[in-house]
Design a protein around this ligand. Structure first.
Ligand code: ATP
Length: 237
């Protein structure tokens, strides 16, 4: 079986600084795969490169059998890959509903969009309650839900999530991780970047540990949770 996403020997430079060093990993259809690592390990750089927002200095990325490391970002989205950026970035001045509609820009099938919207409101009832509210006035957790809902409106095959739990209250954090599992159950593959290693590994099928731009460890979520190295470095001993 070939992987849905294959990242092979990826390096990323910013000027003379090498942020990511010969990283290889894969994501198979139906999996939740997590990249964990401390601040500055290169997690966001990897996601942005997969999405076509940053160009690699070396290496290749293939998505559904097609090379995408030189493809324009809009083509990558059209192929079925959608990213929820760190810090959420909802469109302020637009309502919750308008934000969600923006997510469907690829699809002009109204009926399918309506169905999809209904599914998103079932998953995020809070968004439905607040559908006419300016997105900028949502709480942090609600904005994260909106950013995820908007990405799901594009009906991605692979969803990239960059630190969805960042800055959220514990009750929202649990909700977000429950929702990620739910998204997987509905058939969407997920690549999850997190500093919250504990929670991410608990729901991940597999994970990779990044340290200063390199993968230093990989395994199933359970293996990594049980690993002494991961416990010492990321889970507080
Ligand atoms: P965090 O968890 O703090 O978001 P991260 O693992 O996502 O960290 P990156 O944001 O990918 O890490 O950053 C990796 C390294 O690349 C860091 O040293 C960062 O300073 C550097 N870097 C990222 N973006 C740029 C940029 N546009 N220009 C220069 N250096 C950058």
């Amino acid at each position: 079986m070939s992987a849905m996403l294959t990242v092979d020997n990826l390096s990323i430079h910013y000027g003379v600084i090498q942020a990511v060093k010969n990283v290889s990993f894969e994501v198979n259809e139906g999996e939740v795969v997590t990249l964990i690592g401390a601040n500055g390990a290169g997690k966001t750089s990897i996601l942005r490169t997969i999405s076509g927002l940053v160009r690699p200095s070396e290496g290749s990325i293939s998505f559904l059998g097609e090379s995408i490391e030189k493809a324009p970002a809009r083509k990558i989205v059209a192929n079925g890959l959608s990213q929820v950026p760190e810090g959420r970035h909802v469109f302020s001045g637009l309502t919750v509903m308008e934000n969600l509609e923006m997510g469907a820009f690829l699809h002009n099938d109204r009926e399918q969009n309506q169905k999809n919207l209904k599914m998103i409101f079932e998953r995020f009832p809070r968004l439905e309650e607040r559908k006419n509210q300016d997105a900028a006035t949502l709480s942090g957790g609600e904005q994260q839900m909106l950013a995820m809902g908007r990405a799901l409106m594009s009906r991605p095959k692979l969803l990239l999530l960059d630190e969805p739990s960042m800055g959220l209250a514990p009750i929202f954090i649990q909700e977000i991780f429950d929702i990620i599992q739910d998204i997987q159950k509905q058939g969407t593959t997920v690549l999850l970047v997190e500093q919250n290693a504990n929670k991410a590994l608990a729901i991940a099928d597999r994970g990779y540990v990044l340290e200063t731009g390199k993968i230093v460890l990989s395994g199933t979520g359970q293996e990594l949770l049980a690993s002494d190295e991961v416990r010492k470095a990321y889970l507080g001993g």
